[in-house]
Ligand binder design. Structure first.
Ligand SMILES: NC(=O)c1ccc[n+]([C@@H]2O[C@H](COP(=O)([O-])OP(=O)(O)OC[C@H]3O[C@@H](n4cnc5c(N)ncnc54)[C@H](O)[C@@H]3O)[C@@H](O)[C@H]2O)c1
Length: 256
């Protein structure tokens, strides 16, 4: 299997994209460290794996806190002895609001999680990856990092920042054999889209789904497993010459 003997850290692991990636890497033989905010959610998700599996652990951590990021890296190193891949995926959408009405606290939190959390993950995982001669970091940006997102001012800014950090990190970490790429999903069928649908059209969120699906050339939302396929590719030895790139996975939406 592609990831036998490899160790993968996934942040935002109990969310839609995180769960799909966790299943994919575990199925392909990896040791997987799941990172998310609440231990009870992690424990419930762990129950869905073969209970005899010693290849998967859950670590409660807030990616925006330096001490928590150090903790998830140290715990993964203590249990699995190495980190080969970081799927730096935890993120929040903030709120849907005009830029004049946007709450400052919400703006700050989006920046803390979506920008600082991604930087801290790269910072401490890069240290660990250097010890085993290299690795692969995949940051979750968004189509929102490449286009205007009216009413999502902080989210759009944060995802542009993720793409910028990905480019800078790819150059700094290349001499250590660490590749850094980003994925830019369009609309994917997870809790985050439920939140955006309900905030945008509270009376009829289905209307949002219909309108966005119709606008998308492939005619539907993406599924988390489709993003997990791209992430697994970027982590694999089939992608050894790819770094500093941002991969759009959006059913054609950006070009529509
Ligand atoms: N769903 C989409 O359409 C879509 C599109 C583009 C990008 N994304 C990005 O994909 C990533 C995953 O989102 P999702 O769609 O799976 O949504 P989700 O809400 O299902 O999952 C996000 C996960 O991140 C976790 N998280 C939030 N803040 C955290 C913190 N401070 N520390 C640790 N964990 C934290 C949440 O608990 C949750 O499990 C996000 O970065 C999101 O911005 C999603």
């Amino acid at each position: 299997m592609r990831f036998t003997g490899k160790s993968v850290v996934i942040t935002g692991a109990t969310g839609g994209l995180g769960r799909a990636a966790a299943k994919r890497f575990h199925d392909e033989g990896a040791h997987v460290a799941l990172v998310d905010l609440h231990q009870n959610d992690l424990d419930a998700f762990l129950q869905t794996f073969d209970t005899g599996s010693k290849r998967i652990i859950g670590i409660e951590a807030d990616v925006s806190k330096n001490t928590d990021v150090k903790k998830y890296v140290n715990e993964t190193m203590a249990v699995f002895g190495r980190i080969d891949t970081l799927f730096n995926n935890a993120g929040i959408e903030g709120s849907i609001s005009s830029l004049e009405d946007y709450e400052e606290d919400t703006f700050d939190r989006v920046v803390q999680v979506n920008i600082k959390g991604v930087w801290l993950g790269m910072r401490y995982c890069a240290d660990a990856m250097r010890k085993s001669g290299g690795g692969s970091i995949i940051n979750t940006a968004s189509a929102a990092g490449l286009m205007a997102t009216p009413s999502l001012i902080a989210y759009g800014a944060s995802k542009h920042a993720v793409i910028g950090m990905t480019k800078s990190a790819s150059i700094e970490l290349a001499p250590a054999g660490i590749r850094v790429n980003a994925v830019c999903p369009g609309v994917i069928n997870t809790r985050m889209m439920r939140s955006i649908e309900e905030q945008t059209i509270p009376d009829n969120p289905e209307e949002y789904v219909k309108a966005v699906s119709e606008k998308t050339p492939l005619g539907r939302y993406g599924e988390p497993e489709e993003v997990a396929s791209l992430v697994a590719f970027l982590a694999s030895d089939e992608a050894t010459y790819i770094t500093g790139s941002s991969y759009v996975i959006d059913g054609g939406l950006l070009n529509a």
